[in-house]
Design a protein around this ligand. Structure first.
Ligand code: SF4
Ligand code: SF4
Length: 190
């Protein structure tokens, strides 16, 4: 995360670089710092790097966005240009597209929306999730619709439910409290 972390970025696809990008330091939440999603980290020198690089939290040091690690993502997905940071979460069972609140509709433009829908179709087969996060707002992308869950609290999780239909089973997305006994019967990738 941030330009300063480039030297130990082993998983980075050859030819991919940071180009002064620090966008994940705004879009992602950092639990260790209590930093919410969608606001700049106070330690970020925007467009330069991390001011506390040597002491940055583990989640920062371990993070490499999808643009850096997925060779299949085209140049259009460069975070500094598209204002979207793609991240694999929940052990690879959730693909999150973090969108800059300053450009909240960026994910609806092409080629991004079609790619999100394609990922959603692939994820549905394995009961995985594709989500768009805009600050505190989470939208679950399903093959046939987008489900705006609003704010998903720290005590909540995103679950999927298979609903029978004449055309075959369809997925629904919900948020439930971790303590909700119904959660055990639903599809929970986390
Ligand atoms: S969004 Fe990606 S390219 Fe930009 S600073 Fe974060 S890890 Fe690097
Ligand atoms: S601590 Fe550093 S790497 Fe982590 S979010 Fe803040 S500026 Fe970015």
């Amino acid at each position: 995360m941030t330009a300063s972390s480039a030297p130990d970025a082993d998983p980075v696809v050859p030819g991919r670089g940071y180009d002064g990008c620090t966008l994940c330091c705004k879009l992602l939440g950092i639990a260790e710092l209590g930093k919410p999603k969608g606001v700049w980290c106070g330690h970020c020198d925007i467009g330069v790097g991390c001011r506390i690089y040597a002491m940055r939290p583990p989640s920062c040091g371990e993070f490499h966005c999808g643009f850096l690690t997925l060779g299949t993502l085209k140049e259009a997905w460069r975070p500094s240009k598209c204002k979207i940071v793609v991240a694999a979460e929940a052990g690879g069972r959730r693909l999150a597209a973090y969108v800059d609140p300053g450009r909240p509709d960026a994910w609806k433009a092409e080629p991004y929306y079609s790619q999100l829908k394609e990922w959603a179709r692939l994820a549905a087969r394995k009961r995985n999730q594709v989500v768009v996060c805009i600050g505190p707002q989470t939208i679950v992308i399903l093959p046939d619709k987008d489900v705006d869950l609003g704010v998903v609290g720290d005590d909540e999780m995103i679950v999927m439910q298979e609903i029978p239909s004449p055309a075959g089973p369809k997925l629904e997305a919900h948020k439930v409290k971790h303590s909700d006994p119904r959660a055990a019967k639903l599809i929970n990738p986390t």
